[in-house]
Design a protein around this ligand. Structure first.
Ligand code: NAP
Length: 289
């Protein structure tokens, strides 16, 4: 049985990976989060606390560490970049150093925000990275620390994630239920990706030794407006949704306009194809996971 330490297990991807791995008899899971939860057997671990990271990894000696913890409030990262750096860059660094010492595999979640979004075709893993936000800068620094400090790593770059917890889907449904007209940007393009699809990729990759960077987004792409229309369709909400431009919806952080990633490494190295975004969203909607 392999020992797996999950950080940030209470988040969207953390919960999904827990659900997938706990169905297998091959893993003994150690659950951690910044906010502990005794009822759910979740131990406290703040990944930006170097000593705490060292202590728990030296105690458990995991075979696999899956880092789902991050400072994901993209706009807040602009005003709190130092804190974001501690969690999104130094946290993975401490995990990578401890993983190397323990001989563990580190799975780290990065982001599409490492790219600037000016491309005209889907980004592949080897494309140059030029983040345009504090969040993106801190996530890219996290990737660099992982690569520098441990040999056995998988860095996944998902995008537009939804799962259990707060997310875009729930916000749109809540807005629809409030009866207000909804205005959604239609000029940012990406690939909505379910947390469970990301968890399936992780569960697949950890059975291999094919380390490296993996784009891991659902197939196909759309705008936030298109995604909202799909949400309303499945939710059976007949409300007015108006497309707007990014300039009509100013935010603290700049977002990549074109955030489509090609899962080249998954496809070429493993012949692994993630679900189309509409199919994955339908599955999420029906199972609510
Ligand atoms: N959401 C997206 O659209 C998206 C897109 C691309 C990439 N990603 C990446 O995918 C990964 C998972 O994202 P997600 O959507 O699952 O995030 P999420 O739902 O925001 O969950 C993040 C989790 O990390 C925990 N956490 C925050 N700071 C921590 C710390 N210092 N130490 C330990 N735990 C901490 C949070 O706990 P509390 O709730 O107690 O704060 C929460 O449980 C992240 O690396 C993120 O950058 C996400």
């Amino acid at each position: 049985m392999k020992k797996v330490l999950i950080t940030g297990v209470s988040g969207q991807v953390g919960q999904a990976i827990y659900r997938i791995l706990s169905r297998s008899n091959s893993y003994e899971l150690f659950l951690t989060n910044r906010t502990p939860n005794i009822e759910h057997n979740i131990e406290e671990l703040d990944i930006s606390d170097e000593r705490a990271v060292e202590t728990i990894i030296d105690r458990i000696m995991p075979d696999i560490i899956i880092n789902c913890a991050a400072f994901t409030a993209v706009d807040l990262c602009e005003s709190e970049e130092d804190r974001a750096y501690e969690i999104n860059a130094l946290g993975p660094k401490y995990l990578a150093i401890a993983a190397e010492r323990a001989g563990a595999v580190l799975v780290h979640l990065s982001s599409d925000y490492v790219f600037d979004g000016n491309a005209l075709k889907p980004y592949i893993e080897s494309d140059s990275t030029t983040p345009i936000s504090a969040y993106g800068r801190t996530k890219l620094a996290g990737e660099a620390f992982v690569k520098e400090n441990c040999k056995k790593y998988f860095i996944l770059r998902p995008a537009w994630v939804y799962g259990q917890g707060k997310n875009f889907v729930k916000t749109m449904v809540r807005l629809a239920e409030s009866g207000k007209d909804i205005r959604v940007v239609s000029d940012q393009i990406g690939s909505p990706t379910s947390a469970i699809e990301i968890a399936r990729v992780i569960s697949f990759l950890v059975k291999t030794e094919s380390y490296g960077i993996y784009h891991s987004t659902c197939e196909g792409s759309c705008s936030w407006y298109d995604f909202t229309m799909e949400i309303m369709k499945l939710a059976g909400k007949d409300v007015k949704v108006s497309p707007i431009t990014t300039s009509e919806y100013p935010t603290a952080a700049k977002r990549p306009m074109y955030s489509v990633l090609e899962n080249k490494a998954l496809r070429e190295r493993h012949n692994y194809v993630m679900k189309d975004w509409k199919e994955a969203f339908k599955e999420y909607w029906e199972k609510k996971e």
